[in-house]
Ligand binder design. Structure first.
Ligand SMILES: C[S@@+](CC[C@H](N)C(=O)[O-])C[C@H]1O[C@@H](n2cnc3c(N)ncnc32)[C@H](O)[C@@H]1O
Length: 463
């Protein structure tokens, strides 16, 4: 790479904006959300493309960048996941619901006839869960631990993995029997209850999330994404896991087999949250969001196909791909299933020499991104730079030294590799860090040393 890299570090002081943006709207708890950096990203985008034309926000995630730039430019967001499309659509074009409409939507979810039937079917489990928590508060954890370690109904219904005859197992059998009887087994009306009830949410929360999705799906197209996005926000707030993510259900015991201290408190706190009350606050938040300029679009598609189809009506691209081996689809599989409302096969893992369903109940078809696979990532970046350059689009790319998880996960590709790949297609490439303090210049060797210390890095590729 050597002298080719014009790495100009323009570390502009964005602290004030970062503070102002701290309470910006976040549609879900999300790893690697760019909410705090949108001012810097906007400045970089305006720099590579002063025309103010349509932005193609690839790898849009929660749509934070698209939404922030949407007040100045028209925006097309792209992500391979349906939950992301729903969130982006809702933040770009939220339904301007009145208080009366919100009250009506919440009332419809509460009094839905199907929901009443679902609740009747799940009643044995609702009762059992309440009893487990009561016993745990009294000092007997055994039933609660069994509940938290058990697979969801979707797994229990497979004969090979049928629930054993315990108090929980009997309640599960009865619930499955009732759901079959009411024609609600395999129904989209019970997806959350069957896949995630007891595991990530209490059974009543799961049933009410199903009710919210049902109301959203019976609404007109304009409203549907806003209502579904509000249900996703609610699920993200309800979920009974460490850190409010969906990567794995709560582990009731530590490595030595002892029940974790504080378990009951966390279970009680999360599982007593009121789904409808939270949903109402999410609808309120969406109702207050401004709409993006012009005709915004949220697309679910792979980035390369999306560049091919949309570049001709865009003047600039922004890319924020994943950089670690952690697939986003693992962290947000619950939200994806909530949007698709299908009956996905669950991945299997080896345990005691047997293939058993994964404890997290991950979808078998969950997306595996080339950007998260060491051997495939360089080609994926090369294809990105090639495609945007061929379509004559300037590009801003985010590189996150402290992205997902604990910040110590190794990056799949180094900053140097990325700059080199960008240079193969763009003559002028600038690297700019956003740490709110200094204004430096870096040469290429400093890039390797310093990138991990920086808060956020932007690569500007000029046409
Ligand atoms: C770092 S996150 C984006 C975060 C986003 N900028 C925000 O602020 O919320 C990366 C995103 O890339 C998406 N993704 C991964 N591989 C993709 C592909 N091949 N095509 C399109 N999107 C992809 C993931 O689903 C994930 O939402």
């Amino acid at each position: 790479m050597g002298g080719k890299v014009a790495a100009v570090l323009t570390s502009i002081d964005y602290r004030e904006q970062v503070e102002q943006q701290a309470d910006l709207f976040r549609p879900i708890y999300y790893l690697g959300c760019k909410n705090s950096f949108t001012s810097a990203i906007q400045a970089a985008i305006d720099d590579v493309d002063p025309s103010g034309g349509r932005l193609l926000d690839l790898f849009a995630g929660t749509g934070s960048v698209g939404a922030a730039l949407g007040c100045r430019r028209e925006v097309t967001t792209v992500d391979v996941q349906e939950y992301s499309r729903v969130l982006c659509s809702a933040v770009l074009s939220p339904s301007a619901l009145s208080q009366a409409e919100i009250t009506n939507i919440v009332a419809r979810a509460a009094s839905n006839e199907t929901t009443k039937q679902v609740l009747w079917c799940l009643q044995p489990l609702l009762d059992h869960e309440r009893e487990c928590i009561r016993e745990a508060i009294m000092g007997d954890f055994s039933e609660l631990v069994e509940l938290l370690e058990s697979p969801p109904l979707a797994v229990h219904s497979i004969p090979e993995f049928a629930a054993p005859s315990t108090r929980l197992g009997d309640a599960a059998h009865e619930a499955i029997h009732r759901l079959h009887g009411k024609g609600l087994w395999q129904s989209a009306e019970t997806t959350v209850s069957r896949y995630f009830g007891g595991l990530y949410f209490s059974f009543i929360q799961a049933a009410m999330l199903d009710a919210l999705l049902s109301v959203a799906n019976s609404s007109d197209e304009q409203c549907r994404d806003t209502l579904t996005a509000a249900a996703l926000g609610t699920a993200s707030q309800l979920v009974n896991t460490v850190g409010k993510q969906f990567a794995q259900p709560i582990q009731p015991k530590n490595k030595s087999g002892a029940v974790k201290p504080g378990l009951v408190k966390v279970v009680q706190r999360d599982r007593s949250l009121d789904t409808l009350q939270l949903y109402r606050t999410w609808l309120d938040r969406y109702a207050r969001l401004p709409s993006a300029r012009g005709k915004s679009q949220a697309i679910r598609q792979d980035y390369l196909a999306a560049i091919g189809q949309n570049a001709s009506n865009c003047t600039v691209a922004y890319a924020d791909p994943p950089y670690t081996r952690d697939h986003y689809s693992r962290f947000y599989h619950v939200l994806e299933t909530m949007c698709l409302r299908d009956n996905p096969a669950i991945t299997k893992v080896m345990k005691d020499s047997k293939r058993v369903p994964s404890r997290g109940a991950y979808r078998e078809d969950r997306h595996q991104s080339a950007f998260c696979i060491r051997s495939a990532a360089p080609a994926a970046f090369d294809a990105l730079f090639k495609a945007t350059r061929e379509h004559d689009l300037p590009l801003v790319l985010s590189y996150s030294p402290h992205e997902t998880g604990d910040g110590t996960h190794p990056r799949v590709v180094s900053m140097n590799q990325i700059v080199e790949l960008a240079h193969a297609h763009y003559d002028r490439v600038e690297v700019c860090t956003v740490d709110g303090v200094t204004h430096n210049k870096l040469n290429s060797s400093e890039l390797t040393l310093k990138t991990r210390d920086q808060a956020e890095i932007l690569l500007k590729c000029f046409r």
